[in-house]
Design a protein around this ligand. Structure first.
Ligand code: ATP
Length: 306
């Protein structure tokens, strides 16, 4: 027993170290804004954003040549509006956001922002234009102030405090013994899921991006935090082009457009009311979630045997 315990414990330490180095790598990646796989076109100009209309035109995509992930995905997010994507786990929702960042190039079709093909502009300007509130925010092993300021290098303390207030995290930060200097992350203070999302919201407010991606957490926060965060996100998304990767349909009922993705194809699209009236896959998901509010869109029962 003891013999088994020691190596497992050791593995735990290594795992934490690896996770840590990934967090640091992400920081490095963003700071250098370097992606070894994808190169900017020679003399590529920066992205010029107006209203940030997003267009996926007949996009086919595969991570590996043998397995296609997206099939003829075609949609437009009108400038300043919110589009939500729903679908079973593995249907390709997060892939859309990775492609918007141009972490990968597509096989066929075009992705444009305000008419500019992502392959024709610099990746640095593209990533500058997009803000993301991820499912699980990575906090760097640094002060909470650094973690917020990361949204806009060189931001003043007054700007940081203003966005922390807007994200309703300021009072919490002030209650910590070291205030804004409190160390967070793996080696510092562990924040709750809701607190981490608020830090991400503050970061995003500071960045003030033309385009916002919100990757909704699959595990719900307690309902009070959830509602507060939803309200804040609505506020940031207002009049800003937004892509929501949604798991709880109740959070996206007022999106201008909802796309239902199934095995990499858009099988339905419309507003919440239009999709309910169509009485198809979305309406079924909606009825299921109404009956079991704790359930989110997980693996497809029929296909994955779950
Ligand atoms: P979830 O709701 O569980 O987050 P999703 O709809 O966002 O799922 P994606 O993450 O877009 O799904 O993944 C779509 C498919 O692409 C999945 O089958 C997944 O296994 C595959 N995939 C994702 N990332 C990679 C990768 N880096 N290399 C190869 N395949 C990948």
């Amino acid at each position: 027993m003891i013999q088994l315990y020691i190596p497992l414990n050791f593995l735990g330490v290594i795992y934490r170290e690896i996770k840590q180095s990934l967090a640091d790598m992400e920081r490095l990646f963003h700071l250098l804004d370097e992606n070894r796989e994808i190169a900017d076109a020679v003399q590529a100009p920066p992205l010029l954003t107006g209203g940030a209309q997003v267009r996926f035109a007949h996009v086919d995509f595969s991570y590996e040549s043998k397995r296609q992930i997206l099939f003829d995905v075609d949609f437009t997010i009108a400038a300043g509006t919110t589009t939500a994507v729903v679908g079973h786990s593995g249907s390709g929702k997060s892939t859309l956001s990775r492609l918007l960042f141009r972490f990968y190039d597509i096989n066929n079709g075009r992705i444009t922002i305000d008419g500019q093909d992502l392959r024709d502009i610099t990746q640095a300007s593209l990533r500058q234009a997009i803000g993301i509130v991820p499912q699980d925010t990575v906090l760097f092993n640094d002060s909470i102030e650094y973690n917020i300021a990361y949204g806009k290098p060189g931001a003043s303390k007054a700007e940081i405090v203003a966005v922390a207030k807007a994200a309703h995290i300021h009072d919490f930060i002030e209650s910590l013994p070291d205030g804004y200097d409190s160390m967070v992350g793996e080696r510092g203070l562990k924040l709750s899921g809701g607190e981490k999302q608020r830090v991400a919201i503050a970061r995003t407010l500071l960045k003030n991006p033309a385009l916002l991606i919100f990757d909704e957490a699959t595990s719900a926060l307690d309902s009070k935090s959830e509602q507060a965060i939803q309200a804040q996100l609505k506020e940031i998304a207002k009049d800003r082009t937004t892509l929501v990767i949604a798991h709880r349909l109740s959070t996206i009922a007022d999106a201008a457009q909802i796309l239902v993705l199934d095995h990499g194809r858009i099988i339905e699209r419309g507003t919440h009311l239009q999709l309910l009236a169509a009485d198809g896959a979305y309406a079924q998901m909606w009825q299921r979630q109404q009956a079991h509010p704790e359930e989110v869109e997980g693996p497809s029962p029929g296909i994955d045997g779950g």
